[in-house]
Design a protein around this ligand. Structure first.
Ligand code: TXA
Ligand code: MG
Length: 322
């Protein structure tokens, strides 16, 4: 196996990716949801670098990605029935389960918490990496608070100048088919709570748990629950209906503002899949306003609404204030 060419971070060979991870490097991995920035979860030194590269505050826990559901018990102090049911039904797939952590799980992974987030991603290339490095700690492969990446090019644009060729890599597995992050279910409480809506619908989680599931309560426990997250540089404004969209666009254009419109409500699978690519493309054109239409809050619409509301919540760039 040869390390990637010095000039190139992007590789397509999972064996190259696995070798870099074994040596303590970072590899951006494709998953069905978004690209993750992975380190070998058993190497605290490597995991610590994820926070530096992302600009992510320590204390924000990372999801541990495993090759199969039967490995869950190795990372959990105990596996509640709800977690077993959801893992069996949904893995590999866009679902993260919070469980009490096993004693060996390092503080750097969990942000010092007694719980750990676990998921089995569904992507053939990453499955081949996980066959060689059996636990990968990985957050989304974007700078903290910004829009998540759904292609290798997005990762390159965000982290290309920070990752080190020969030490780190971006494993190109094409565009992510789901496009929004995993649903996070806290199985350490009864009834389990949905902390972040995502690729598995709230309705499906509820059906699998026979209705024994609650919305998140208490203080914000995930960074995805912060009011502002997933944010482009340009301001995002939200509308509910097609008529509101047309009215608001006409007002803005009439006032001499430039506008980029996002409206995928007719097909939520496509809206979720393309959401982050559209936000990034809109941002690049630097309009005065990105005007986005919210889908109804059912099925995938729940996750899309959540991301759009957080993208709109507050300016991350002070030059946006106007
Ligand atoms: O689809 C996904 O979940 C993607 C792919 C790469 O797997 N990952 C992802 O990771 O979205 P990240 O770090 O960007 O978002 C995970 C969220 C964060 O808000 C984190 O705070 C929360 O999950 N989280 C992880 N472990 C946790 C724990 N033990 N307790 C509370 N929240 C946790
Ligand atoms: Mg993230």
């Amino acid at each position: 196996m040869n390390p990637p060419a010095a000039a190139g971070l992007v590789v397509d060979d999972p064996d190259v990716a696995a070798e870099l991870l074994r040596r303590g490097g970072l590899v951006a991995i494709p998953t069905e949801t978004v690209y993750g920035l992975a380190a070998d979860a058993s190497r605290p030194d490597a995991v610590a670098r994820i926070f530096e590269v992302k600009g992510r505050p320590r204390g924000h826990p990372l999801i541990v990605h495993l090759p199969s559901a039967d490995r869950l018990a190795d990372w959990a102090a105990r596996v509640p029935r709800s977690a077993r049911i959801l893992a069996e039904a949904c893995w590999p797939g866009p679902l993260t389960l919070l469980v009490e952590r096993a004693a060996h799980v390092d503080d750097v992974v969990t942000g010092g918490r007694m719980t750990v987030g676990i998921r089995v991603p569904a992507h053939p290339l990453t499955a081949r990496v996980l066959a060689q490095v059996p636990a990968l700690a990985a957050p989304s492969a974007n700078r903290f608070g910004k829009v998540s990446p759904t292609t290798a090019d997005h990762v390159l644009a965000d982290l290309g100048s920070i990752l080190q060729p020969g030490r780190d890599a971006i494993l190109d597995g094409g565009a992510c088919p789901v496009g929004v992050e995993s649903t996070i279910v806290d199985c350490t409480v009864e009834p389990p709570q949905i902390l972040r809506p995502g690729g598995i619908s709230t309705e499906d989680v509820s059906r699998l748990l026979r209705g024994r599931v609650a919305a998140a309560s208490g203080p914000s426990r995930t960074s995805g629950m912060l009011a502002s997250h997933y944010a482009p540089d340009r301001p995002v404004e939200l509308v509910e209906t097609a008529a509101d969209l047309e009215r608001r666009r006409a007002d803005l254009v009439g006032a001499g503002r430039t506008v980029e419109v996002l409206d995928g409500v007719d097909d939520l699978v496509v809206y979720a899949r393309e959401l982050y690519a559209w936000l990034r493309a809109a941002d690049r054109r630097a309009p005065d306003v990105i005007l986005a239409r919210l889908p109804p809050p059912d099925g995938l619409g729940h996750a899309i609404r959540d991301r759009l509301m957080k993208a709109a919540a507050s300016p991350s760039d002070p030059s946006r204030a106007r």
